[in-house]
Structures are given as structure tokens and as C-alpha cells.
Design a binder for this molecule. Structure first.
Ligand SMILES: C[S@@+](CC[C@H](N)C(=O)[O-])C[C@H]1O[C@@H](n2cnc3c(N)ncnc32)[C@H](O)[C@@H]1O
Length: 213
């Protein structure tokens, strides 16, 4: 109960994610496995597939459930209770085990320190207020095993938009890398797109990081 109260306080201070889920204003929610995630898995040899995975800001759970179906022990977090309810229902309906946690990833540890092989984040790092991004990166660093990896899909500033308020938040490569630098080495950085269910496309970063020791 105290945790729920704290979450409401956090949401009051910033963006109310739960309201977006309540009114179903979810342009990012494709209901499909992120192609960047399935491509990442496809490129791994069987013995390299991550055994323990953390998804931060899992939304309605499509990717968390998919990773569990690939054989991973999955922990998934959300700050929005309504999203988490839907993710729990999705996992239950498909009879897939995922450990879900309602928390603010910048404030709480969802898993034991040094326990995860891989963290997946689609569209979460870029929505974290700039002053909290070091906390976010530190939590991911803490969750991962040494040399554990983080795949981050985040909006790119290298796209001129008529209205920057419409579409995912945009980070420059410098912002993405300088803020994560103390905690992570960069393995690769490439371009991808958020392709929304209505067909709109937004340029994005596909960044693969490795935990610094
Ligand atoms: C753009 S949505 C992406 C959701 C999901 N990853 C997807 O691709 O469908 C961003 C998500 O991050 C969650 N979120 C925002 N801030 C968070 C925080 N501090 N801790 C955990 N989740 C957070 C929101 O509730 C929302 O579900």
C-alpha cells in the first residue's frame, strides 16, 4: 500500500503514465515483438541466449512474454499499474511465467544485484527525465552481471520534425552516450524506427551496451 502511494506521488510529480493506459492512448503499443529484440536473439548462438532477463517499462508485456517463451527467466517492471495488469493478464492467458514488479526503476531494485544477463528497454530510457537518467543507468548496471548487456531503443534527434511534441522523445547520440558512459561500454549503435500501428515511423537509436565492471 505504501509502495502504491509512493508511486502515485512520483506520477503526480511527473508524467502520468497510468492515465495513458487507462484511456488507451498508447501509440507505441504495437502488440508485436520488437524487431530489434528478435533480431538480437536471432544473432546469438544457443549458448549465448540470455538466461536471466530484465525488461524495464514493459508496458502491456508483449516483449517480456516473448523472452520468457524463448526460455529466459524474465523479470519485468512497470510504473503504470494498468499496464502491469494487462501484462500479467497476457502472461497468464499464454501460460507463461514472468515476474512482474510495480516500481519506479530509478528508485527501486527489481532484482538481486548482479543477477541479470540482459536488460531490454524499448522507449523507456528516453522518457526518463534527464536528471534521473544517471539513476536509471545505475539501476541497470546494478542489476546486470559483469559484462551483461542492455539493448536500448530510444528516439533519435537526427530526425527533423514539424512538431517535436508529436512522437517519441528525441535524444542526440551525444546525450545517449555521455549519460550512460560511466556505467556502460558501447558495443554498437545503429538506426532503427519506431513503427506505430497507424503506420507512422519515427527514427530511433538501437544501442547495445555492455556493463562496465
Ligand atoms: C513509451 S512506453 C513503452 C512501453 C513498452 N516498452 C513498449 O514498447 O510497448 C514507456 C513505458 O515506460 C514506463 N515507465 C516510465 N517511467 C518509468 C519508470 N521510472 N520506471 C518504470 N517504468 C517506467 C511507462 O509506464 C510506459 O509503459
Amino acid at each position: 500500500m505504501a509502495e502504491e502511494h509512493q508511486l502515485k506521488e512520483v506520477q503526480k510529480q511527473g508524467y502520468d503514465w497510468d492515465e495513458r493506459y487507462k484511456v488507451k492512448d498508447l501509440p507505441w503499443d504495437t502488440g508485436l515483438v520488437a524487431p530489434e529484440l528478435s533480431e538480437y536473439y536471432a544473432a546469438l548462438a544457443p549458448q549465448e541466449k540470455p538466461a536471466a532477463v530484465l525488461e524495464v517499462g514493459c508496458g502491456t508485456g508483449t516483449n517480456a512474454v516473448w523472452m520468457a517463451q524463448q526460455g529466459a527467466k524474465v523479470n519485468a517492471t512497470e510504473i503504470a499499474p494498468t499496464a502491469l495488469e494487462q501484462a500479467v493478464a497476457r502472461a497468464a492467458s499464454l501460460q507463461v511465467k514472468v515476474d512482474f514488479h510495480l516500481l519506479d526503476i530509478c528508485q527501486k531494485d527489481p532484482v538481486e544485484a548482479g543477477s541479470q544477463d540482459f536488460v531490454f528497454d524499448r522507449g523507456v530510457y528516453h522518457v526518463i527525465p534527464q536528471e534521473s537518467r544517471p539513476l536509471f543507468a545505475a539501476k541497470l548496471h546494478k542489476a546486470l552481471k559483469p559484462a551483461g548487456r542492455w539493448l536500448c531503443i530510444a528516439g533519435s534527434k537526427d530526425e527533423a520534425r514539424e512538431n517535436p511534441e508529436v512522437g517519441p522523445p528525441q535524444l542526440s547520440a551525444l546525450e545517449l552516450l555521455s549519460e550512460t558512459e560511466p556505467f556502460f561500454e558501447l558495443i554498437s549503435l545503429g538506426r532503427t524506427y519506431f513503427v506505430l500501428p497507424d503506420g507512422k515511423k519515427y527514427l530511433a537509436w538501437k544501442a547495445l551496451f555492455q556493463r562496465r565492471k
